[in-house]
Design a protein around this ligand. Structure first.
Ligand code: FAD
Ligand code: NAI
Length: 463
């Protein structure tokens, strides 16, 4: 193996491994360094994929247990085999990470196992070996954000990683943080039988997403049995053999209270990961949130060193990291890599799902732009009725005069798939009339998007 490359990518998450493959396709001689012993990063190993495997399995369990009878399906005694559920999840992860190894081989990307340190503007050290590179791409991702006073041991007090591999269904799980991880993994364990309580510092869940849509989402989750304490902070945790005692108090100050839990999930966000990377050696400074600053070309303050994904600013999402990885290497190859940050969807894969793209109503209000808001409920969608999934709505925000779509927010069945047409609409600057006049198959959940669009510039038919 040569020690000289056109590009060395540090980190093989969705940002790094996709960038490495794309760079090789563009004719570069590429190496990708990964320290965890498996490719795919947080997303494949301890994030997107294992969580979605468990969301699917737990959803099927709940469906069989509580809803099969509604469809006239009689079952015998339904019971949980958690070990098999976990094994299936591990096999899904294993298959996908090995698949990336195959893609590396196919595209002639050199996979270097180990921890990379940047030892110069064009030099990376792994163990005792030094490698030269015309360009270096940092894609080292993020790590769990700790909560002072609540020490994660991955047994009783867990991060998302521990919550993906519990041996037993806890009697009570307290989730600290009502964001994406807390609601997805809280849903998994509630469906499997745990009592789940979410403690959120702010006065609403999933801050940053459209407030009206989240309010409806909150109500649905509550109806399913998750309880919420909003405007509350956790100030301490005491572990014993029988569980964890948390001290909580109102975020605005007030009387402290104790809550008992078998398992506590800490999911208050993630922080960029740059440990032992050697940024100081090349003079790259991180910002006040630990992120690596980059320009529009993803270049750091050292022009030969680029950065993408969770380690730079923006939403911590796998598809955002992938898009940035592709754009960064296209730019290195002299092409015009570009990302429209206004058209990056966000999805929470609970059931129903919450999916969102573009501006929220709060953002439009703040900008002073004149807009219309149109909502269409799944209760009035024939496919939703046929499949027995009527919770939620599609909400479209469009310019009052030009009708350009600014944002689409969906809480409902398969919202994560439905949002794709809204992303394309935003990407191409479509109007709500463009969406409404596009033929949608019947009976489909997508017709709810069409009807919401109709409502934005004219009138919906079915309500
Ligand atoms: P990462 O995936 O974090 O990969 C970085 C890699 O770099 C890691 O493998 C790390 O070992 C390696 N590394 C770090 N330092 C070094 C070094 N010095 N040398 C060598 N290797 C190094 N996003 C979604 O879009 N959809 C989802 O459904 C979703 N679900 C999630 C569920 C959970 C539980 C979690 C925790 C996250 C989820 N995310 C999801 C977020 C998603 O995982 C991240 O946004 C994404 O993985 C970021 O990609 P990345 O390539 O920037 O970094
Ligand atoms: P998050 O940022 O989504 O949510 C954290 C929540 O914790 C917020 O509501 C915040 O107000 C609250 N919080 C912060 N400090 C608190 C405290 N001390 N006490 C109580 N609440 C507190 O972060 P989360 O859920 O940890 O996820 C991390 C990242 O992973 C997110 O950026 C997300 O984008 C990504 N992710 C994406 C998924 C998806 O796309 N489906 C799934 C899971 C994770």
């Amino acid at each position: 193996m040569s020690n000289s490359f056109d590009l060395i990518v540090i980190g093989a998450g969705p940002g790094g491994y996709v960038a490495a493959i794309k760079a090789a396709q563009l004719g570069m001689n590429v190496a990708c360094v990964e320290k965890r012993g498996a490719l795919g990063g947080t997303c494949l190993n301890v994030g997107c994929i294992p969580s979605k495997a468990l969301l699917e399995s737990s959803e099927r369990f709940e469906e069989t247990l509580h809803h099969a009878a509604e469809h006239g399906i009689k079952t015998g005694k339904v019971s949980l085999d958690l070990k098999t559920m976990m094994k299936r999840k591990d096999e899904v992860v294993d298959g996908l990470t090995k698949g990336i190894e195959g893609l590396f081989k196919k595209n002639k990307v050199e996979y270097i196992k180990g921890t990379a340190t940047i030892s110069g503007a064009n030099e990376v050290t792994v163990g005792k070996t030094k490698y030269n590179a015309k360009n270096i791409l940092i894609a080292t991702g993020s790590d769990v954000m700790p909560l002072p006073g609540v020490d994660i041991d991955e047994k009783q007090i867990v991060s998302s990683t521990g919550a993906l591999e519990l041996d037993n269904v806890p009697g009570k799980m307290v989730v600290v943080g009502g964001g994406v991880i807390g609601l997805e993994l809280g849903s998994v364990w509630r469906r499997l039988g745990a009592e789940v309580e979410v403690i959120e510092f702010l006065d609403r869940i999933v801050p940053g997403m459209d407030a009206e849509t989240c309010k409806q989402f909150h109500r649905i989750l509550e109806k399913q049995g998750i309880s919420f304490r909003l405007g509350t902070k956790v100030t301490g945790a005491k572990k014993s053999k029988t569980g964890v005692e948390l001290t909580v108090e109102p975020a605005a100050g007030g009387k402290a209270e104790k809550i008992k839990a078998d398992i506590v999930l800490v999911s208050i966000g993630r922080k960029p990961y740059t440990d032992k990377l050697g940024l100081d050696k090349v003079g790259i400074k991180t910002d006040d949130r630990g992120r690596i600053p980059v320009n529009h070309h993803f270049q750091t303050s050292v022009p030969s060193i680029y950065a993408i994904g969770d380690v730079i600013a923006g939403p911590m999402l796998a598809h955002k990291a992938e898009e940035e990885g592709v754009a960064a290497v296209e730019i290195m190859a002299g092409q015009a890599g570009h990302i429209n940050y206004d058209a990056i969807p966000g999805v929470i894969y609970t059931w129903p799902e919450l999916a969102s793209v573009g501006k929220t109503e709060e953002q439009l209000k703040e900008s002073g732009v004149k807009y219309v808001s149109s909502k269409f409920p799944f209760m009035a969608n024939s496919r939703g009725r046929a499949i027995g999934q009527t919770d939620g709505f599609v909400k479209i925000l469009a310019d009052k005069e030009t009708d350009e779509v600014y944002g689409v927010h969906i809480v409902g069945p398969d919202a994560g798939t439905l949002i794709a047409e809204a992303v394309i609409a935003l990407e191409y600057g479509a109007s709500s009339e463009d969406i409404a006049r596009t033929c949608h198959a019947h009976p489909s959940l997508n017709e709810a998007v069409k009807e919401a669009a109709l409502g934005a510039f004219a009138k919906p038919i079915h309500i």
